[in-house]
Design a protein around this ligand. Sequence first.
Ligand SMILES: [Zn+2]
Length: 118
Amino acid sequence: MKYKNLLKGIPWRFGPNWPGKRCEAKTRKGTPCQRPAKLPVGRCRLHGGASTGTRTEAGLARLAASKTKHGRYTKIEKAKAKARAQIGREIWKELKEIENWGIEHGYLKKNWRKDFYI
Ligand SMILES: [Zn+2]
């Protein structure tokens, strides 16, 4: 069978004298791949492997924005919640001090809370 569109002798762009970096992945034949290595990892498009993810600031920001649903667990919101909890603890501490003062000075019975439960 003869192919009409097959022309022999056309110089290949990435022939043996091509000066660029070549892919060094091992083929199933056992020889190096030798295709032009155009990826940052030094492999061709067939042997580059999985993506290592975004690197630029803009890309990382876009990724974070796409993965954020409501932002309640971001660092800033967690710090705000921690601060609110601390304020609450301080208020409870103050109330306890007032209660103890009232018990000491006879304004409250020792188990005054029990009167409110039936
Ligand atoms: Zn390759």
